[in-house]
Design a protein. Structure first.
Length: 331
């Protein structure tokens, strides 16, 4: 049967499945900006594509209801509900397409909801002595008056054997303060950083580590090499080597997270989005290469990061697509 729009029922059903495929991909935890760009291009092809996308969103809401009701059922009721035979003589036309898709999703392990964008922590992170989630902060007191302030998505272990208060930064970002009693140390990757009478910021992204002195003096040791840092100086290292000391770090921008804010100064949008993704659940995608290179300056509150999207939409003319599960596509 051909619809007035020029699309047949089977073609519209195919579009709905394509819309589901795009949604599943964006919520898989493995999607890239390229996938987001493909979604935007697909959605803008025609009015039928847009309507298929909205139908996929409605289906996703129906699956959520089905799963919620299933969880709330008594066990014997679940058995009856899922074992009950299908009613005979049903006309399985376009109206029942979504019902079949719901059943397929449930039977397939809840494809729409079984994955999370907040990827599971590594074994080291999961077993860490202290760990923070998206948008969380925590201050941990150490021996001798030292302390460590953990930023979002950060994991640390207590570290023994250095003869001073010490932690290991497994992942994320932290500020270590030595206190007045003596030095304190931070181990990250192949390096050890010791601060005396001051504090420093440490950030670890995989194997890449950046140490920035905020106050006092920090000695960074890496495979027999040493770097001495004073206020506003930083050094970076990874598994293959350690770089030179670089002065002029902006401590106010670097540690704004300690006061619950994020400060961006002429930062490319791709870096802005990467930083925002650290602080909020879900995922923000950039579906436009030119937009990714565009610079942005601004100050945002960590607990109100969605204000960023409103500003981007109104002041910068960016198209903002808000999807379920805290997924946002910028184009």
């Amino acid at each position: 049967m051909t619809q007035r729009s020029g699309w047949t029922d089977s073609e519209l059903a195919r579009l709905r499945l394509e819309g589901l495929d795009h949604l599943n991909r964006l919520h898989s935890g493995e999607a890239t900006d390229h996938d987001a760009a493909a979604f935007v291009a697909w959605r803008s092809q025609s009015r039928a594509h847009e309507e298929a996308f909205r139908a996929a969103l409605r289906l996703r809401g129906l699956v959520r209801v089905v799963e919620t009701q299933a969880v709330a059922m008594p066990d014997d009721a679940k058995i009856v509900a899922f074992a009950a035979p299908a009613r005979p003589h049903l006309n399985l036309g376009r109206r029942h397409f979504f019902g079949g898709a719901i059943a397929a999703s449930v039977a397939g392990g809840a494809l729409l909801f079984g994955r999370t964008l907040d990827l599971l922590p590594s074994a080291g992170e999961a077993m860490a002595d202290y760990r923070t989630g998206p948008g969380q902060r925590r201050v941990v007191a150490l021996a001798g008056g030292a302390s460590v302030d953990l930023n979002t998505r950060t994991a640390i272990d207590m570290y023994a054997g250095l003869g001073m208060p010490a932690i290991e930064l497994i992942s994320g970002e932290a500020v270590l303060s030595s206190g007045r009693a003596g030095p304190a140390a931070l181990v990250a990757g192949d390096g050890v950083s010791v601060v005396r009478g001051g504090r420093f910021n440490a950030r670890r992204d995989g194997g890449d580590v950046c140490i920035t002195c905020l106050e006092g003096q920090v000695e960074v040791a890496w495979a027999g090499e040493k770097r001495m840092l004073r206020a506003a100086a930083e050094v970076r290292y990874d598994g293959s080597g350690i770089g030179p000391v670089k002065p002029g770090a902006d401590a106010a921008v670097l540690t704004a997270w300690q006061s619950g804010t994020l400060i961006f100064r002429n930062m490319p949008m791709r870096q802005v989005v990467a930083e925002i993704n650290r602080y909020r659940p879900g995922r923000v995608f950039l579906a436009n290469a030119d937009l990714a290179a565009r610079s942005l300056s601004g100050t945002y509150y960590v607990d109100r990061l969605d204000d960023f999207f409103s500003q981007a939409e109104l002041a910068l003319g960016i198209n903002v697509a808000r999807l379920p599960g805290n997924v946002v596509v910028l184009s």
